[in-house]
Write a protein that binds this ligand. Structure first.
Ligand code: ADP
Length: 350
């Protein structure tokens, strides 16, 4: 009556896992922003052996129209594992699992997207898992959040996601493929980076209440690490733009620039961090007046050239927000003020 699962040695005598990680160690995570030329926002993420690409489109008209909400926009997602993403060829197309994940992820994202800013429209998030190795829903959600920011979608923060579980009787962070397969429990989790609000929580397997609580804590701590990686990736992306919003020499495709410039024209420096609610859905395509060179460098009270005509108060965070859609800043300053004025995701309406 041996337990087939515990017979698989997932933790060695030194307390290390199959890939050499400690029990509470994440797999390496790499995030690249703005990888797709034709998407409004995009992200490529590697998480251990997982490889995920996310493309974001919108806000754009909702089809079918009866799905339009006059009070707010909607976020839709499609999670898909491509045929060659797993060791045995996966049958293409949606299945029960991908349908479930495609429902969960936008529900989580709607907690941070300020949907009341783009009524009647939809933001579509396409999550393609090109290589899967456990934890793909967390990887997909983490990447989707970054891609939304890259698209300049008004958000109050990023969502960071990670899973933990139980293997060989021990509680561990971030299950790998074998651990997921032979482990005893899996707890995918996602939270809003700044507030810690939980927006996704699932459990597969058996745990005691104490074990579950311990895993929650492990997830929370690890999600903060993921959150930092997300922010760093966004900063990285935007730091390659000059103050005028032009990309550095190494990224030539002009058209791409033109499109993206507007959205990302916002300053690399932290100066104006206000831009959380980037652009208005539709106008977003219009060139946003790139900032004056100096602005970016100014700390926070830059009543600079153009704004100079406006009274100083215009500099209130909100005013700027509209112009500078920079993700980094969404992350930095978003939460508090926004929430007041723009009803939070869950119950939004003006
Ligand atoms: P998650 O990827 O979020 O952990 P699951 O726990 O359902 O979701 O899946 C764990 C892992 O099992 C996936 O990451 C993938 O590597 C593998 N897997 C899932 N579905 C399939 C499938 N249809 N064929 C082969 N492997 C799969």
């Amino acid at each position: 009556m041996s337990d087939p699962y515990t017979d698989v040695q997932l933790i060695d005598k030194k307390g290390l896992r199959l890939d050499g990680r400690k029990l509470d160690e994440l797999r390496p995570i790499k995030i690249e922003v703005g990888v797709l030329k034709r998407a409004d926002g995009s992200c490529y993420l590697e998480w251990g052996e997982n490889k995920v690409i996310v493309g974001v489109y919108g806000p754009r008209e909702v089809h079918p129209r009866h799905m339009q909400n006059p009070m707010r926009g909607i976020v839709q997602a499609r999670y898909n594992m491509v045929s060659f993403s797993v060791s045995e060829r996966k049958r293409p197309g949606p299945d029960r699992r991908s349908t479930e994940i495609s429902k969960l992820l936008p529900e989580a994202l709607e907690h941070v997207v300020l949907t009341d800013r783009f009524p009647r429209t939809t933001v579509d998030v396409y999550i393609e898992v090109v290589q899967a190795s456990a934890g793909t829903r967390c990887a997909g959600l983490t990447a989707a959040s970054v891609a939304l920011a890259d698209a300049g979608i008004p958000m109050r923060d990023l969502i960071a996601s990670v899973a933990s579980g139980k293997i060989g009787g021990k509680l561990v962070l971030d299950l790998g493929q074998a651990e997921d397969t032979y482990g005893q429990a899996d707890v995918p989790f996602a939270m809003v980076g700044r507030t810690g609000e939980v927006v996704l929580l699932q459990m597969d397997g058996h745990l005691t209440i104490e074990e579950f609580e311990t895993l929650l804590e492990m997830n929370r701590k690890a999600a903060l690490e993921v959150y930092e990686i997300q922010k760093a990736a966004l900063k990285d992306r935007y730091s390659s733009f000059t103050e005028e919003g032009e990309a550095e020499p190494d990224a030539p495709e002009e058209e791409k620039k033109d499109e993206k410039k507007e959205k990302k024209s916002s300053p690399p420096p932290k100066a104006d961090k206000e831009p959380k609610e980037p652009k208005e859905p539709k106008e977003s395509k219009e060139p946003k007046e790139p900032k004056e060179p100096k602005e970016p460098k100014e700390p926070k009270e830059p009543k600079e050239p153009k704004e100079s005509k406006e009274p100083k108060e215009v500099k209130e965070p909100k005013a700027k927000d509209e112009k500078a859609p920079v993700p980094e800043e969404m992350v930095e300053e978003a939460t508090p003020e926004k929430d007041d004025k723009g009803p939070a995701p869950a119950g939004g309406d003006e």
